[in-house]
Write a protein that binds this ligand. Structure first.
Ligand code: IMP
Ligand code: MG
Length: 185
């Protein structure tokens, strides 16, 4: 699909400025990462933990792309502060509800922006002694980093822009767009 066609197929959402990553590019990257995880974790107890709400689509897509026995967990966190800026500390609003100590854990995240959310979530999960802990993120905005945090795998590096689609929202909308687009704020 060319970007012109995508722009006209935004499910009636307004404010879409530009498509940054197409649905096909996302599918290919997720499939490749699923294959990589399949090989790396073969024979090991694996749990993929999605951070709600933003990662629910990426986490589910990645989960289906993993072709070995694998369990799923979800956690919801909210950053203090409002709007689109994360303020540095996070509240667990829904916990995994499982003992992760017998598992290799992969956190599936939608986007790393300032890095505060993931730095804090990793600190909390490490205290629970998983066999290993890695972070796979769909998107990474390294220019915006405020803490020294690096994902083990990031599928796409994007510039400093506010993006939506594939689970990412702007005012709770746009999550169902199948591509990643920049919005006009
Ligand atoms: P961080 O703590 O600043 O890294 O915040 C990460 C969280 O902020 C993500 O999990 C998203 O929920 C949200 N976020 C950051 N940038 C964007 C964006 O461009 N679009 C939508 N949500 C974003
Ligand atoms: Mg998120």
């Amino acid at each position: 699909m060319n970007s012109e066609a995508q722009i006209t197929d935004c499910f009636g959402y307004e404010c879409i400025k530009k498509v940054l990553i197409s649905e096909d590019e996302i599918k290919a990257a997720v499939a490749a990462e699923g294959r990589r995880i399949t090989e790396e974790y073969r024979g090991k107890p694996l749990m993929i933990v999605g951070l709600l709400k933003g990662s629910f689509i990426f986490a589910a897509d990645l989960f289906r792309a993993v072709k070995i026995p694998c369990e799923m967990g979800f956690m919801a966190v909210s950053s203090y502060g409002s709007g689109s800026v994360s303020k540095g500390s996070v509240d667990i609003t829904m916990d995994i509800g499982r003992d992760i100590s017998g598992y290799h854990v992969i956190i599936a995240e939608d986007i790393i922006d300032t890095g505060h959310t993931l730095a804090e979530v990793c600190r909390i999960l490490r205290q629970r002694s998983p066999l290993s802990l890695k972070v796979v993120t769909l998107l990474d905005k390294p220019e915006r980093r405020e803490v020294d945090f690096k994902a083990d795998v990031s599928l796409f590096t994007i510039p400093d822009a506010f993006v939506v689609g594939c689970g990412l929202d702007y005012g709770e909308k746009y999550r169902n767009l199948p591509f990643i687009a920049e919005v006009e704020l």
